[in-house]
Design a protein around this ligand. Structure first.
Ligand code: ADP
Length: 655
């Protein structure tokens, strides 16, 4: 296939900067309530056990209020009848109590025993969503509008009693309420259909009122999520061990508190708005419920006075009206709950259905006996940033060649690595691997080519072996040990009680070990070394946190480790680039100077300036430490002499 025909890989980070495109990807369609209900019911209906439990619950809990109405009827009738004796009364009351207990226990059991089923289903969706989060295009994390937009996905999945799982529980419970409402409604219709109709009207009105409140809140959700995300981030940082030292030594907490205060004030304003609206509308709902009660009492009292019903019937129906009102309220609130939480679950569904990964790409790299890399007129600026980090950069690296990339802080070295590894794409120009533009290669084929050690290498809370192998399955344990040895971390890991199976960090388990910054870096190096099939090794300041001895050891080993691989090495310490074939200096977004150390020194440019400054610093440091150690040994000798003189008899020292 010729290069022109090759399809480009698509990184959504740039596209989704545009609000309309973002909405089109994240909100491809409006989900209607019936569609959502079908969607969430389908996994539940597949389980016969749950369907039967739901029906059982509906009948057992639905009968309870109806029984309560009937018992009032029977007890009053017994009390009223001339032959009514205490024994019959106790028999009825006892029978009712037993039935009540059996039905309630059955209903509660059916409800609670199936709790786990719904939780497991929800966690399944949670896993799907987290997977999407982890695989989405890295550049999207730079887009705060996008993050605010997708920040909504998690709400509907984050609790047992709200969102998706809450809706399942609610629908399960509403089965019982619906049975009660139906039976009580039929009982009341016997006297007047008006009561039943008024009840239905109430449910509809109340539902719309609540749905209105829910929509009002939902429409302000984005702002709420934005505030919650910032508040959450601040509290995460405040509790983050890594920032603990800075926080205390630089007294940053004052800054934190003012940021926190202003965010909380905005948040409270929000909540006040919500509550005001809720109060106004729910007041109207309660009023209409009261109206139904008044009308029913009026109808039933008139019937009693007219002799159409007896006193026991009247009391039964009055009880039924009260229970009917209660159950109507539960039903209306239940419907409104489902409607509201489905609005939020629609955000989750949109997120689950949006494809946010880099996708496409039909190019193939012919790996052969190694990889030749060429940056061709490469320019880049970060999504949403005006400034270009790289501008028309050209650089060629031969197969198996080791190139050191140097430059001042912020020159763009790490950015260049992100482009090289395909995490980002150049805004202009191409990066070629053996002649193939890597922006046409699918990421899943590109990533295995690299072994990368990034500057920041905070490990995950997994075991040493899992971190090094990058998986929890099929770990080649011998290779893990070999990689740890080569990276100089084996001496440490071999002292752990669980060896390479020792978990790291204490977030998950108290047994987790904490490594120092330098040891974390060695671990990252071991992880890079474990990938034996990688063809390009990228080391971004791999020894920044290592002590001098560990650094020297790594450099001695690098020659062997890098054999046959094309390597990219970034370091501040210019002297550490010695093992590289060539040095390239990045400045002003371009490669300004390149060649061997000697050639660059002869050129007399920025490299020479940087190297001279560094070596002067090292020389001075060396001289200082030499002087210090000479002074120390003089002092030591003096002290020893004195001590010896004190121990010896007079005059012996002179001999
Ligand atoms: P180096 O590795 O040479 O120190 P970087 O590649 O990290 O430099 O950064 C180069 C420039 O790009 C810096 O000016 C930095 O502020 C900017 N930069 C780095 N990362 C981002 C980002 N995620 N979004 C916007 N600008 C960034």
């Amino acid at each position: 296939m010729s290069e022109v025909e090759q399809q480009q890989r698509v990184n959504p980070a740039f596209d989704l900067l545009d609000e309309d495109k973002r909405r089109a990807v994240l909100r491809p369609r409006q989900y209607t309530l019936p569609y959502m209900l079908r969607f969430i019911s389908s996994p539940v209906l597949k389980s016969r056990r749950i369907v039967l439990a739901g029906l059982g619950y509906a009948v057992s809990s639905g009968l309870l209020p109806v029984l309560a109405s009937f018992i009032v009827y029977y007890l009053t009738m017994i009390l009223q009848s001339p032959a009514g004796d205490l024994e019959t009364l106790l028999l009825y009351a006892g029978g009712y109590a037993v039935l009540f207990i059996i039905l309630s226990v059955l209903a509660t059991n059916l409800l609670n025993r199936n709790y786990n089923f719904f939780m497991e289903l929800r966690i399944g969706y949670m896993n799907q969503a987290l997977r999407r989060y982890m695989l989405m295009d890295l550049g999207l994390f730079e887009n705060s509008a996008f993050l605010d937009e997708i920040g909504k996905w998690s709400w509907a999945l984050s609790s047992n009693n709200a969102g998706l799982e809450g809706t399942w529980h609610k629908l399960f419970e509403l089965g019982g309420t619906a049975v009660s409402v139906l039976l009580l409604g039929l009982l009341l219709s016997w006297q007047s259909p008006v009561i039943m109709l008024a009840g239905i009207a109430f449910v509809i009105v109340y539902y719309f009122i609540q749905a209105n409140i829910a929509r009002y809140k939902y429409e302000r959700r984005e702002e709420q999520v934005r505030l919650a995300r910032r508040l959450g981030r601040l509290s995460d940082l405040a509790a983050d061990f890594r920032y603990g030292k800075d926080m205390r030594l630089f007294r940053i907490y004052g800054l934190f508190r003012s940021a926190f205060d202003s965010l909380t004030v905005s948040f409270e304003k929000f909540l006040r708005l919500f509550h005001a609206r809720e109060f106004q509308l729910s007041f109207a709902g309660s009023l209409s419920l009261l109206l139904i009660d008044v009308v029913s009492f009026f109808i039933l009292s008139s019937n009693l006075v007219a002799g159409a019903i007896t006193l026991p019937q009247f009391l039964m129906l009055i009880t039924a009206v009260t229970l009917f009102g209660q159950q109507m309220l539960v039903l209306a609130e239940g419907f409104a709950y489902v409607k509201r939480d489905m609005l939020y679950f629609a955000d989750t569904m949109s997120f689950l259905q949006a494809d946010l990964r880099t996708s496409g790409g039909s190019g193939q790299i012919n790996i052969g006996d190694g990889i030749e890399i060429e940056f061709e007129q490469v320019s880049f600026s970060y999504p949403g940033a005006d400034q270009q980090v790289l501008t028309d950069l050209n650089l060629k690296i031969g197969k198996g060649e080791k190139v050191a990339l140097v430059g001042v802080n912020g020159a763009g070295k790490t950015t260049l690595v992100k482009l090289l590894t395909g995490l980002y794409q150049p805004t202009q120009g191409r990066i070629l691997f053996n002649g193939t533009d890597i922006s046409t290669v699918p990421q899943q084929e590109l990533f295995p080519l690299f072994s990368v050690v990034f500057q920041e290498c905070e490990p995950l809370a997994l075991t040493v072996a899992e971190i090094v192998a990058g998986t929890d399955e099929g770990i080649d344990r011998e290779r893990v040990v070999a990689a740890l040895k080569a990276a100089g971390l084996w001496d440490k890991v071999s002292t752990f009680p669980q060896g390479i199976d020792q978990p790291l960090l204490k977030y998950v388990t108290d047994e987790g070990k904490i490594l120092s910054g330098g040891e974390n870096q060695k671990l990252a190096i071991a992880r890079a070394l474990y990938r034996k099939d990688s063809r390009v090794m990228v080391l971004d300041e791999p020894t920044a946190s290592l002590d001098a001895l560990a650094e020297t050891k790594i450099y001695q080993d690098l020659e062997r480790i890098l054999a046959g691989r094309t390597a990219f090495f970034i370091s501040h310490r210019l002297a550490s680039t010695r093992f590289c074939d060539r040095i390239a200096l990045l400045d002003g977004g371009r490669i300004k100077e390149q060649g061997t150390h000697e050639e660059l020194m002869a050129l007399g440019g920025l490299y020479r300036e940087m190297f001279t400054a560094q070596s002067k610093y090292y020389r001075e440091r060396e001289q200082n430490s030499k002087q210090r150690s000479e002074q120390n040994s003089e002092r030591r000798a003096e002290r020893n002499g004195k001590r010896l003189a004190e121990q010896l008899p007079n005059g012996e020292l002179g001999r």
